[in-house]
Design a protein around this ligand. Sequence first.
Ligand SMILES: NC(=O)c1ccc[n+]([C@@H]2O[C@H](COP(=O)([O-])OP(=O)(O)OC[C@H]3O[C@@H](n4cnc5c(N)ncnc54)[C@H](OP(=O)(O)O)[C@@H]3O)[C@@H](O)[C@H]2O)c1
Length: 389
Amino acid sequence: MKNIAVLGSTGSIGTSTLSLCDSFPDRFRPVALAAGQNLEVALAQTLRWGPELVSVATEELAAAFSTRLREAGHTGTEVVFGTAGTVRAATLPAVDFVVSAIVGVAGLEATYAAVLAGKTVGLANKECLVAAGDLLIAAARQHQVALLPIDSEHNAIHQCLRGGRAEEVRQIWLTASGGPFRNTPLADFASITPAQALKHPTWVMGQRITIDSATMLNKGLEVIEACRLFSLAPSKVRVTIHPQSTIHSLVEFIDGSILAQISVTDMRLPILYALCWPDRLDATPAPGLAFDLAALSHLDFAPPDLDRFPCLRLAYEAASTPSHCIALNAADEVAVEAFLKGRIPFLGIPRTIEQVLCLTPAASPASMTEVLAADREAREFAAETIART
Ligand SMILES: NC(=O)c1ccc[n+]([C@@H]2O[C@H](COP(=O)([O-])OP(=O)(O)OC[C@H]3O[C@@H](n4cnc5c(N)ncnc54)[C@H](OP(=O)(O)O)[C@@H]3O)[C@@H](O)[C@H]2O)c1
């Protein structure tokens, strides 16, 4: 039995993780949950699993949540809140495995704490590696902790890399669906609405990652994530548009062989892989994960268009400079929120990021405190930039 902490339990990845706990009740047990604001879903999860500890976003929400638990006659779950609460959830002594699936830099401190506490981490939250990749990887090495990617592309690369040695890799290919605007003329980008951008063609995900997929900033964050996770230069991390999202990514070796990972577009599969690594589990108790090869008619690939998707270009430009990676992510978090609230247009997202990057000096933060300070500063730059537009 593996005891799991699910950080971001009420989100898309969190609920997929808990559905695997339902499918494999004798293998995985959620003992700690960290939610944000969604008390309804957190309550149902707590009553279902009876975790030792639940964290919610704020003190007020924690008080309301405790009342709801008492009214439901539930006892035995400690309720905590805020960043300190997510850190408690990630480091609880009973926890063997931490699923890091809080969206954004809000998930960074708990993920770092999990690594320092020697917990195995399944990493969905790519922002952790983008903002503090060097620190996280160094801590994972020092504490001999496995950082297992849940992001489907990196999970695919992780699987393919089992087919050769690191020094035998020529380059890797991250596949991208291209998002909802893959074929939209550039002239129409100015009038794209949040509702249009939230319609992803192949994946059902949280709002921020869905907008990031529409701008392709998500793929840019994934390029940086791959550089950190697999110790590769940005030039060795390539992107190819693959609208079917059937191949989740590929590794090209020096002899010309290419290994690809194919599966259904269902995040339960990479989560299950991470939870079970280095073993594999028979997925039959979780229906829907088998891939129907007979239904596969064709696979398309095309290079990304960096004129229509400048966020991807900005990510490549930022990839080698840690402070620029922090700024890229922070500016995007602020800009996406502003776009969703109707305060800036779709093209305002890359514009905001580019302006924040111009204001950010090149630096390599040496501690988590410096990372968080750089993140705060970039958010301020982004908010000022948006206020001026
Ligand atoms: N969804 C996917 O298919 C997918 C694939 C690859 C990678 N990822 C990555 O996985 C992460 C989660 O994505 P998602 O799609 O699951 O997002 P999501 O559906 O928006 O869920 C985000 C989760 O984070 C929680 N949260 C937000 N702010 C918080 C805070 N300040 N403190 C504590 N919890 C907080 C939310 O809580 P409430 O809802 O309760 O407020 C929710 O549980 C992202 O980094 C994303 O890039 C996702």
